[in-house]
Design a protein around this ligand. Structure first.
Ligand SMILES: C[S@@+](CC[C@H](N)C(=O)[O-])C[C@H]1O[C@@H](n2cnc3c(N)ncnc32)[C@H](O)[C@@H]1O
Length: 296
């Protein structure tokens, strides 16, 4: 960890690592695969909320943990109660790297079993890598344990697929402009423009109206289906379905400002798709395109 001092005289953790060269892979990448227990602090995906949607690997790691640093209100307290009975719990919300990294490092160096628990999957809008890089430069190994991201819970709730033959050939995981993304970095409108993309917007519940107004201003069909899935898989889960034109009114009436996933595109309705080749004659003829058949 490289410390430097910012304008306020505060020590900051510098996580900007040296860029790796192609082929210059960490040897752990070849020695381990996702789900393996490894040396160090696991960055575990808690899944979308329902404790039963935690992976078996995640559950085992939590049951063994002495210290669990978790992502606050996005991790269901039922999951913490169910699997972290013996652990000290620390909520990461409101804590910066300068607090979190030494906390995890010191516990690890004292020989305690530490788990960093992120909501959904840590690789999606999780800011996990910067914590991992900071810990690694302090000599503490880290690794990922995947989880079910909220877009997958939302699609299961909506009883649809995010990819749907001929309707949605692609999926985009994105977020709207705001403090983190500039106007130029906001690509929601471009994804919708493509027509056959299911656009899953994270971190955008508070900005549904602004997002829909931008889509209307860009000339998108006001009748394009939109779903907002609040707290997918939680006991208070709620599903609001509408269109680019009316979803903002519906979400505002429901009062949601956070913790929902916004899904835009025809796949929301699950209608209008073409049968895939997978269960048709083409797949059964023993095509040379076996890989393609598998990927359907
Ligand atoms: C900081 S991001 C973390 C995403 C997380 N890593 C994941 O894979 O789902 C938080 C955003 O994820 C979405 N989110 C997380 N859990 C959710 C759930 N159970 N239902 C709907 N959206 C959820 C919301 O858009 C929320 O603003």
């Amino acid at each position: 960890m490289t410390g430097n001092t910012d304008a306020d005289g505060e020590d900051r953790i510098d996580t900007d690592g040296e860029p790796g060269l192609p082929g210059d892979l960490d040897e752990r990448i070849r020695d381990h695969s996702a789900g393996d227990e490894q040396e160090g602090i696991p960055f575990v995906g808690a899944g979308p909320g329902d404790p039963r949607l935690l992976t078996v690997a995640g559950k085992e790691l939590l049951e063994d943990a002495d210290l669990v640093v978790h992502a606050g209100s996005l991790v269901n307290s039922e999951l913490l109660e169910a699997y972290c009975d013996d652990a000290d719990l620390v909520n990461s919300v409101g804590k910066d790297l300068e607090e979190l990294v030494p906390l995890m490092r010191d516990a690890y160096e004292e020989g305690r079993t530490v788990v960093r628990l992120h909501s959904g999957d840590p690789a999606i809008y999780g800011a996990a890598l910067e914590q991992m890089d900071a810990l690694e430069s302090e000599g503490v190994p880290t690794y990922f344990v995947p989880g079910v991201t909220s877009a997958f819970a939302a699609s299961a709730t909506l009883r649809t697929q995010l990819t749907l033959n001929e309707v949605a050939n692609h999926v985009a995981f994105t977020r709207p402009q705001g403090k983190t993304l500039s106007e130029e970095e906001d690509h929601v409108s471009e994804f919708v423009e493509m027509g056959d993309v299911t656009t899953c917007i994270y971190l955008g519940t508070h900005a549904v109206r602004e997002t829909m107004e931008r889509l209307l201003a860009d000339g998108h069909d006001p009748e394009t289906p939109v779903a907002v899935v609040y707290h997918a898989s939680w006991p208070d889960e709620d599903v609001i379905v509408g269109t680019i034109d009316d979803i903002a009114d519906r979400v505002e009436a429901a009062g949601y400002r956070a913790s929902a996933l916004v899904v835009i595109g025809e796949a929301v309705t699950g209608a209008g798709y073409e049968r895939s080749y997978l269960y048709g004659d083409w797949a059964n003829r023993g095509s040379n395109d076996a890989d393609e058949a598998e990927s359907d």
